[in-house]
Design a protein around this ligand. Structure first.
Ligand code: DNO
Length: 347
């Protein structure tokens, strides 16, 4: 396991040397943020990021994310050119030592919560989801922060129109087409792709979502068996689906999990939940059993603490403050150490 920390580049309010001060931290997970989706990142932009990370004593072996252009998800004729650009990005990442690329295939929206500042009794805040608030949203007039990219209402409505009639099967075929198109570049660059699950793992706004359940992964690996086709195992996203058995899935796919996002959430009703500190005791995600399943099945990927709360007066990007993610990093290392030592003793 290699412990990493998400860093939003030079605009991130968290300095690299603070990240380095979290003991056990091997590197940052980052991206080139100022190039429009679909265009190629230059090697020099990647080199610059890498040298900043390396200058602070951190590696840069994971990219999160290279976003996938909507035309690829839609299967439009322009996709071949865009897939070629994506492949070029992968090769460029390989040139600077990147080993893993996280991406998602969610139409239009990335991860979705209804409140970015849910207030806990102790004064901390975190992200939360309420079905009732969700139902009140007008998809044609949305301005929710938190997406890696946001749209003007005109763009959003245009996109939603293009997705009319999109089915799960068609979207899945488009994912397979995309993966088959980039696998040769992954082989060449020695890069593993790690698809992020849909968050939450069900259709939203009538848009199909196809990566959120055990059977979705079975289908994905059957369609693209290439070993460079792998997963980001995000416990917060998959865990929002009560139908998912996370320890079982972690064990089953351990050799395809190239990146793990470990985080906590607590259900307040059948559908509603808030995110919380990482410990198993703080929610419904059994972090201990997931780590155990990963370790027992020889998980050898990257790991990062994921969404934390804003605590101790920090006013950071929701989910991405320093303090609670640092606590999460310490906790996760403790769980890994205990589970690994236990396993060694038993052998
Ligand atoms: C949320 C993140 C996601 C993730 C993308 C990957 O906090 O985990 O936005 O980066 O879905 O493409």
């Amino acid at each position: 396991m290699k412990l990493t920390f998400r860093w939003y580049g030079e605009k991130d309010c968290i300095p690299l040397n603070y990240i380095k001060q979290i003991q056990g931290m091997s590197g940052v997970v980052t991206a080139v943020y100022d190039v429009p989706v679909g265009e190629v990142w230059s090697v020099s932009a990647l080199e610059k990021l890498k040298s900043l990370a390396n200058g602070a004593g951190l590696d840069m072996e994971v990219i999160e994310s290279i976003p996938v252009h909507e035309d690829i998800k839609l299967g439009k004729p322009t996709r071949d050119r865009l897939i070629a650009n994506y492949a070029e990005n992968i090769r460029n990442c390989g040139k600077v030592g990147v080993k893993c690329v996280c991406y998602n295939f969610m139409p239009v929206f990335d991860w979705f919560r209804t409140n970015l500042y849910f207030k806990h009794a102790d004064g901390s805040t975190s992200l939360s989801y309420s079905e009732e608030d969700f139902k009140k949203l007008d998809k044609h007039n949305l301005r929710l922060p938190g997406w890696d990219e946001s749209y003007t209402s005109e763009q959003l409505n245009g996109l939603l129109k293009e997705y009319e009639g999109m089915t799960h099967e068609k979207l899945f075929d488009n994912l397979v087409y995309f993966l088959n198109g980039i696998m040769p570049a992954c082989e060449e660059a020695g890069i593993n792709m790690a698809i992020h699950p849909d968050d939450p793992p069900w259709d939203i706004f009538g848009l199909p979502r196809i990566v959120g359940r055990e059977e979705d992964y079975d289908r994905l690996f059957k369609a693209v068996p290439n070993k460079h086709n792998g997963i980001t195992f995000c416990t917060g996203s998959l865990g929002a689906g009560r139908f998912n058995d996370l320890p079982k899935m972690a064990a089953k796919y351990a050799d395809r999990i190239y990146f793990a996002h470990l985080r906590q959430l607590k259900f307040t009703s059948d559908t509603d939940f808030y995110e919380n500190g990482h410990q198993t005791s703080e929610g419904n995600v059994d972090i201990y059993s997931i780590v155990k399943a990963l370790v027992e099945n020889d998980f050898d990927g990257y790991l990062r603490p994921d969404h934390g709360r804003n605590i101790w007066g920090e006013d950071a990007k929701p989910g991405y403050g320093l303090y609670d993610r640092a606590l999460g990093a310490a906790y996760l290392q403790g769980v890994f150490e205990a589970v690994e030592k236990d396993l060694k003793e038993k052998k």
